[in-house]
Design a protein around this ligand. Structure first.
Ligand code: ADP
Length: 494
């Protein structure tokens, strides 16, 4: 009896989950690691912390399940995306800490690209809007700012990778130097139409091509772990960036399938099949994972403050003591009494893209109480997600009929029902909440023949709960109208 292990290397913690053939969890371990903030707006991770946490959770999960490394049929990796590591090809030492996707230190490089009028060209090639978020400006920063880095890179001595690549390189003692299309498509150096690194982009950023990893399919053999690192040789044969792994884990494999992950922020992704949709609403186009063939195109949009608004209620306002409590408070009232919360704490993302907008609490009357405010805060998560769904429908020209959900805040039944009401769309929440890890496990297990095919996997997916819209159209339209008026007011708060 063999098992598949998914390593989920996230922004704040690393988790290992071991699945059996039925897709059930038999072992799980999680470890947080250090967040490093060397200056305002800077976010770093020590790559050694990442590797150590990964090795430790893999061993712990095996121990918990009463297994040894030889019991694993395969390992799948899913990872925080865009985070950039540059290391020495010979020694394996990173030249500096990993620059995390959240880090804003390269905002001026991104602004410069826009000033030079390169936005359109970059979007055409990569599907992305020039921003510090993506890896390209971070690699350039390392080469320009770490002493001796550029010279070494030009001599072919340095390698670049997102976290998947670095982990595989370390796990294999330098034998695997590769990435997959989902991760490559977040670097802003990858042409999502030719499925190749783009030499013109490399020139603009002044990045030597010799630094870049080889491209492999998300579902296929990357190589084997080294005995000296993990105590055994196991095939790594599934890799995808976290959001695309969740999309695959939710089995959104057909054109028009959509999932929303309700975490700290929300990530909404739509599979658009073989159509690279050009967005006129500020969404990005990226690549999805597939079990075979060309990777699908994916439209992606994110809400900056999703579940984080609940953390704000808890930590800053002290209105609740746990996130779960928000649900019973919201149910104490039949509506928000006209109160709206726009949690534009750090500006607004798609479809508004207004970095100057600031948060707003409005519609308050003498009768407004805590329950109204908590309810309005939860509703704001759904309203923001609804704006993204609307933008996607318009961009892709499709009608979304069902939204699959996961992430911490998707456990909130009130929120899910309201989301269904405000979208007029069915919401499906699977029993298995771990879509991201499951996606990586599926990719690895399908590639090595552990699972016979998508049919077998589909047969083990169980719907946990379905929410169907119960709000009258007129009421929905009125609520959306008021929400948009509140957003407009938040955008004038500067
Ligand atoms: P991440 O992966 O971004 O850390 P998680 O998927 O673990 O996020 O979800 C955590 C987020 O979900 C937090 O922002 C928390 O406030 C929110 N959350 C957790 N449980 C609930 C709940 N029952 N209702 C609303 N929000 C919740």
């Amino acid at each position: 009896m063999k098992y598949v292990l998914a390593l989920d290397q996230g922004t704040t913690s690393t988790r290992a989950i071991i699945f059996d053939k039925k897709g059930s969890i038999v072992g799980i371990a999680q470890k947080e690691f250090r967040q490093i903030y060397p200056a305002v707006g800077y976010v770093e991770h020590n790559p050694e912390d990442i590797v150590n946490s990964a090795v430790s959770v893999i061993n712990e999960a095996l121990k918990q399940a009463g297994l040894v490394i030889g019991d694993l049929a395969a390992i799948g990796i899913t990872n925080q995306r865009e985070t950039t590591i540059v290391w020495d090809r010979t020694t394996g030492e990173p030249v500096t800490n990993a620059i995390v996707w959240q880090c804003r230190r390269t905002a001026d490089i991104a602004a410069h690209l826009k000033e030079e009028g390169l936005s359109e060209r970059i979007y055409q090639k990569t599907g992305l809007v020039p921003d510090a978020y993506f890896s390209a400006t971070k690699i350039k920063w390392i080469l320009d700012n770490v002493e001796g880095a550029r010279e070494k890179a030009e001599r072919g001595e340095l390698l670049f990778g997102t976290v998947d690549t670095f982990l595989m390189w370390r796990f294999s003692s330098g034998r695997i130097f590769a990435t997959d299309p989902t991760n490559a498509s977040r670097t802003m150096l990858f042409n999502i139409h030719t499925l190749q690194w783009d030499y013109e982009l490399l020139q603009w950023f002044n990045i030597p091509a010799s630094m870049l990893p080889e491209l492999r399919s998300s579902c296929g053999l990357f190589g084997y772990t080294d005995k000296s690192v993990l105590g055994g040789e196991v095939a790594i044969c599934g890799v995808a960036g976290d959001q695309q792994a969740a999309l695959f884990g939710q089995l959104c494999i057909k054109e028009g399938d959509v999932k929303n992950t309700y975490g700290t922020g929300c990530f909404l992704l739509m599979n658009t099949g073989n159509k690279a949709v050009t967005s006129t609403h500020g969404l990005v186009t990226t690549l999805g994972a597939t079990a075979g063939g060309r990777p699908p195109y994916v439209l992606e949009g994110s809400v900056f403050v999703g579940g984080a608004v609940v953390q704000w209620l808890r930590d800053e306002l002290g209105m609740i003591s746990t996130a779960d409590e928000s649900e019973s408070w919201a149910r104490k009232v039949s509506d928000t009494g006209g109160v709206y919360v726009v949690p534009a704490f750090t500006g607004l993302g798609a479809p508004y893209w207004d970095s100057e907008a600031r948060g707003l609490l409005c519609g308050i009357t003498r009768g407004t109480n805590k329950a109204h405010i908590i309810r309005a805060a939860l509703e704001s998560i759904a309203f923001q997600s609804a704006d993204l769904v609307e933008a996607m429908q318009r961009d892709a020209g499709v009608n979304v009929s069902c939204l699959r959900v996961d992430g911490g805040a998707s456990r909130n039944d009130f929120l899910m029902q309201f989301q269904s009401d405000i979208l007029g769309v069915k919401i499906q929440r699977p029993v298995m909440e771990e879509s991201t890890a499951l996606g990586a496990a599926y990719l690895a297990g399908l590639s090595c023949g552990y699972w016979g095919g998508l049919k077998e996997i589909e047969s083990q997916r169980f719907l946990g709960k379905e929410f169907t819209p119960a709000m009258q159209t007129e009421q929905r339209q009125k609520a959306l109208q008021s929400w948009h008026a509140a957003v407009k007011a938040a955008r004038s708060m500067r």
